[in-house]
Ligand binder design. Structure first.
Ligand SMILES: [Fe+2]
Length: 281
């Protein structure tokens, strides 16, 4: 895998000289993290969802919250002062076509989602050690133009466990930019190690913990033909996460997923990123 012929070309010559040490560091980090964050089913009452999460990398809890709660949250959501998502901040026609609000967990009305005891128990059963809410976002997509983002390619977010927990505030159908996930792709596999190693060596983050540049943002991405070949070889079935307002979607960002384009309406969600403390990247 890390033979000279297959050494990632993006690694510079200095880094290539240090390759053996870097590989050991990466593998050590990966193995320790996996041991420390082994799933513990006994920590949650949502046993079926826990099993599904471990097996598939994703579970959907349809209508977990009522439509009334989702609508109430959405009414408040619309009053927020959003900023463009990182991908939309560079001279786009409609920078607020994909927008976010940071620290959404500080809004009283949204705490019912971000700190729901059962959901937290599910999260902790999957990431048992030093589990923290790393990011809490309110996010809306309303531009039907293609968005210039790594999210539009099949990608993984991280080489460490990162649970992304979405609450749909509006109904999301195929045309409303649902996330798609390749079931089972969160598991350790030879196919992902080169990408993970590149991410380990090259990923840079800014002060807000986002990828600091395009090079970093795209490190987890696969070309369309690569993801097609992987899906065929490993029989990854694609799940498109549609659902009614109030539905909760939980997935491991180590698995392959993609943001689908918005073709009509808008998509409003609350999103929590849960990680083991100090294990963002
Ligand atoms: Fe992602």
């Amino acid at each position: 895998m890390f033979s000279r012929a297959k050494t990632p070309k993006r690694l510079g010559s200095t880094m290539q000289a240090k390759l053996p040490i870097s590989i050991i560091k990466y593998l050590y980090t990966k193995i320790i993290h996996n041991i420390e964050s082994s799933p513990q089913e006994n920590l949650t009452s949502l046993k079926d969802e826990h099993k599904e999460l471990v097996r598939s990398g994703i579970c959907i809890l349809p209508n977990y919250f009522s439509k009334e709660i989702a609508h109430k949250m959405y009414s408040h959501f619309k009053e927020l002062s959003f900023i463009p998502t990182p991908e939309m901040r560079h001279g786009k026609d409609n920078p607020l076509g994909d927008k976010c609000y940071d620290k959404a967990d500080e809004i009283e009305l949204f705490k019912e989602f971000f700190f729901d005891p059962k959901l937290i128990s599910l999260i902790k059963s999957y990431i048992p050690k030093e589990t923290i809410l790393h990011k809490a976002l309110a996010r809306e997509k309303s531009s039907t133009s293609p968005v210039d983002s790594f999210e539009n390619f099949i990608h993984f977010d991280s080489y460490k466990k990162r649970l992304k927990v979405f609450m749909l505030l509006t109904d999301v159908e195929e045309q409303n930019a649902p996330t798609s996930y390749l079931i089972g792709s969160h598991k350790l596999g030879i196919w992902r190690l080169r990408h993970e190693f590149e991410m380990f060596c090259l990923y840079k983050k800014d002060d807000n913990q986002y990828a600091s540049d395009q090079e970093s943002a795209y490190l987890g991405c696969y070309w369309p033909h690569e993801s097609k070949n992987l899906s065929e070889k490993y029989k990854f079935r694609q799940l498109t996460c549609v659902g009614s307002a109030g539905t909760v979607i939980v997935f491991d960002g180590q698995g392959l997923h993609v943001a689908n384009q918005l073709f009509s309406g808008s998509r409003a969600v609350l999103v929590g990123h849960w990680i083991q403390r100090n294990h963002h990247m």
